[in-house]
Design a protein around this ligand. Structure first.
Ligand code: ATP
Ligand code: MG
Length: 450
């Protein structure tokens, strides 16, 4: 992509309305534009990162054996009356009437709809286990939308639902989700810690939230610092292996880590004092097992092995896809701007031409651009007639992890400069070597998605 042809409306001034750094940087980098309180348009750069995150979520969900579907954003109130949540949900639900006067709503979550799909099409235990998920816009009329995409009213969420014959099977689905979430967040360059949480209006006993530690987080968290030493890494997982998933679950959830809702001071005090941490965190996901709550209310049964109908055991599992952009930036930025982890960066590398219009420099930049594209990478070539300082500032602001700087002086010696956004370190190397190095860096970060 050539910057001169792209749409990147960066702001010079720091927007006064933004209270936290991720919100400020998303506005300054031209990623989003607010259209109403808590409702945003996604401009090209923001949209690209949103898609990257979405694609990682798809890949990891499908790897775990979960099946993507898409459900409508506007739903009939009737289904929600069956579960009792039409009344119970309260003011967070955006209620709409159609021209026939029928009560409709904009989906804040989709347990009812997916349960209806299930009961219409699945009748035998032989079709279980089944986990359906979608990535879809949600609307919750939050009292205080704030912090940009972090707490929007309209937001993008992955919501998945498991259907199982027994509680035991459903707990395996729970563990499988936990494992797949650990992998998902790590691919995005994030450490998200599973913490025992409160189930809220969804109901149920077993639930964990995934929190990214950040001073600007809305949740107060209490944990044993040993949990931050745990990493998922590149271990091989067989998602059908009940014992293996349970083992990972145990490894990541037995040390003390709780949100304020479930915090237990006495238990916390059993953690050695030097490892006790009280901090703040951003909730980027949550998993629930809630048993037969919805299947009882909505008659979602299957014929069991003995021929008798049994209500299915369910759980639901969410990832805050749009909130993740804010969480990643909170976790990864400096005074000059965003620093994207390789897994989610909107472009793999920036190309900065120090002397636009110089025949040799232009040709070298174009050749680099073509070579990166041929290797399956997406460069952003700053081909504007601007001062080098301005070009560097833009690249730093938008946070591409790697920058290739091309100028007549280096070209005389046959080299360009490859700079890491994270460390600021540069090395001079021939253009082909720079391309080869980037290919190597990104080989484990290529995202296909659906
Ligand atoms: P919160 O406690 O932050 O209001 P929640 O527990 O009500 O969130 P869930 O129903 O668990 O939210 O939704 C799944 C995920 O969707 C959350 O973990 C969060 O990452 C994201 N999410 C929830 N509400 C919002 C929102 N208003 N804006 C952006 N993302 C959200
Ligand atoms: Mg939650």
């Amino acid at each position: 992509m050539r910057l001169s042809r792209y749409f990147l409306p960066v702001l010079k001034e720091t927007p006064a309305e933004a209270q936290i750094v991720s919100h400020r940087l998303m506005l300054r980098a031209g990623m989003i534009k607010q259209s109403a309180a808590g409702i945003y348009s996604w401009l090209p750069l923001g949209f690209k990162v949103l898609r990257k995150i979405e694609n990682i979520v798809h890949e990891e969900q499908m790897r775990a054996g979960h099946i993507p579907i898409q459900m409508p954003t506007i739903q009939s109130a009737d289904l929600w009356r069956e579960s009792g949540r039409y009344e119970a949900y309260g003011d967070e639900m955006l209620r709409i009437k159609d021209r026939g006067g029928r009560d409709m709503l904009f989906t804040p979550t989709a347990e009812e709809l997916v349960t209806d799909i299930f009961r219409s099409h699945v009748s035998s235990y032989k079709d279980l286990p089944l986990t359906l998920y979608q990535i879809q816009w949600k609307f919750r009329d939050e009292v205080r939308p704030r912090f940009g995409v972090m707490r929007g009213r309209e937001f993008y969420m992955k919501d998945g639902y498991n259907f199982d014959l027994t509680k035991e099977d459903a707990l395996h689905a729970y563990n499988r989700h936990l494992v797949s979430y650990l992998r998902t967040y790590e691919r995005m360059g994030l450490q998200a810690i599973p913490m025992r949480a409160d189930s809220g209006p969804i109901g149920g006993d077993d639930t964990h939230e995934f929190l990214v530690l950040a001073d600007t987080g809305e949740s107060e968290v209490f944990y044993d610092s040993a949990v931050t030493d745990l990493t998922f890494g590149d271990r091989e997982i067989n998602y059908d292996d009940v014992a293996q998933c349970a083992g990972v679950m145990e490894e990541f959830t037995t040390k003390y880590a709780r949100t304020d809702e479930t915090h237990d001071e006495a238990l916390f005090n059993e953690v050695p004092e030097e490892r006790r941490r009280v901090a703040r965190g951003i909730e980027v996901g949550q998993i629930f097992y809630f048993g037969t709550k919805y299947s009882d209310a909505m008659g979602a049964t299957v014929q069991g092995p003995d021929g008798k109908p049994v209500p299915v055991h369910m759980g639901s599992h969410g990832i805050g896809v749009s909130r993740l952009l804010g969480a990643i930036i909170e976790a990864s930025h400096d005074d000059n701007g965003i620093i994207w982890p390789e897994g989610v960066t909107p472009f793999h590398a920036g190309i900065v031409n120090l002397k636009q219009g110089d025949e040799e420099a232009d040709a070298a930049c174009e050749a680099l651009e073509a070579a990166l594209e041929a290797a399956g990478l997406e460069p952003l070539y700053d081909d504007r007639k601007e001062r080098a300082g301005g070009k560097f500032a833009t690249m730093d602001l938008i946070g591409l992890p790697w920058r290739i700087t091309v100028g007549p002086r280096g070209l005389k010696n046959g080299v360009v400069e490859l700079t890491s956004r994270r460390t600021g370190e540069s090395e001079e190397l021939p253009p082909e070597a720079a391309v080869a190095k980037l290919v190597e860096i990104y080989k484990d970060h290529m995202v296909k998605g659906l």
